[in-house]
Design a protein around this ligand. Structure first.
Ligand code: 13P
Length: 343
């Protein structure tokens, strides 16, 4: 193997860069396109993603890697070149979502188990051949302030699946992004920030124990966690409180051998996601790179500005580039609200 896992992982969290999560499944991207009244077809999905990947300034300066859905990894751009090659030409790394989704977990009402381990070894070999150098698997942890969720059974099952996945990735020369998401926008969304801190801490402890048992090399992985924040219907924590509680939980659970942590945005507004990341990098001394792996918070403005119209490609790219630049500043702890106005 020519590239070392450690080197790929370090590149993914290079200073001032982060990851674009563009790996929406066919059903999720349909929901996003519904919001701009655009039909989701193979071609419209291609056009949208090609617009993002051809945003040269953003891709070269602010995006270290792009998480793709399988369709996109093997898809061609309008001019016949591979979309993955456009990403590589910008100096960014193509990555691949390899789980097959969070499915209702038998005997655990309200909770899910993420599937996709069967045949994964063979799929990883074909993804590597197609240029993917990192992968993503998302385990979903429901949280409810009023009931017993999450249960230990669901946390443990998801954590073990994440560890099995990570070991298979490393065997294939692919850096695993390990994503245990304590849902930030789930229902009823009334839990407090302290409940989120308690659950996130327990989940991350469990995940790192299972990664250790599975002999996963921490130097060759990236963690993709939720931020510690109150439920979406009970938001009141300040930016400083979110930063302080998130950093405390991460320091208590994530070994410093892990090269980087790249957050999901989880339904926060684009600006909130940027402000929280910037506060963490500005105010704390951290042993790992701390950056973004946002889906919605990097794409929402671009999707709206594009609106599915070829004449709006430049406007879509401008919106994407602005958001990527704001998050790049946040990854260095130097984002300021006033900079938003320059958009
Ligand atoms: P959001 O940033 O929209 O939460 O998506 C990131 C992601 O990849 C979730 O798996």
């Amino acid at each position: 193997m020519t590239e070392r896992l450690e080197d790929i992982a370090v590149k993914m969290v290079a200073d001032g860069k982060g990851i674009l999560a563009a790996d929406e499944s066919t059903s999720t991207i349909k929901k996003r396109f519904d919001s701009i009244n655009l039909e989701s077809t193979e071609t419209s999905r291609r056009d949208y993603r090609e617009m993002l990947f051809r945003s040269d300034e953003a891709m070269k300066n602010y995006i270290s890697g792009v998480i793709l859905y399988e369709e996109t990894l093997f898809q061609k751009a309008a001019d016949g070149s591979q979309l993955a090659d456009i990403i590589k030409a910008a100096g960014s790394l193509p990555g691949i979502k390899v789980d097959t989704g969070a499915k209702p977990m038998a005997a655990f009402p309200g909770e899910t188990i993420t599937e996709g381990l069967d045949g994964l070894r063979e799929r990883l070999a074909s993804y590597y051949k197609a240029g993917a150098r990192f992968a993503k698997w998302r385990g979903v942890i429901a949280i409810d302030g009023a009931s017993a969720l999450p249960t230990f059974g669901s946390i443990k099952a998801n954590s073990q699946a994440l560890a099995r996945y990570a070991a298979l990735c490393q065997e294939a020369g692919i850096v695993p992004i390990v994503e245990p998401e304590v849902l930030m926008d789930g229902q009823p969304g009334s839990h407090s920030i302290d409940k989120c801190a308690e659950v996130t801490e327990f989940v991350l402890r469990t995940v790192f124990n299972d990664l250790y048992d599975a002999r996963v090399k921490l130097e060759g992985m990236i963690l993709k966690p939720n931020m510690v924040i109150d439920g979406k219907n009970a938001r009141k924590a300040s930016v400083e409180e979110v930063a302080e509680k998130t950093v405390r939980v991460l320091k208590a659970t994530v070994p410093s051998a892990v090269p980087g942590i790249a957050f999901l945005s989880g339904g926060q507004s684009s600006e909130e996601a940027t402000a929280h990341l910037s506060a963490m990098n500005a105010n704390y001394d951290l042993p790992w790179g701390l950056t973004y792996s946002y889906g919605r918070a990097l794409q929402e403005d671009a999707l709206k500005a594009w609106g599915g119209k070829p004449e709006n490609v430049a406007a879509g790219q401008r919106a994407f580039t602005h958001r990527a630049q704001m998050n790049s500043l946040a990854a260095k702890g130097s984002w300021k609200k006033e900079l938003e106005k320059a958009a």
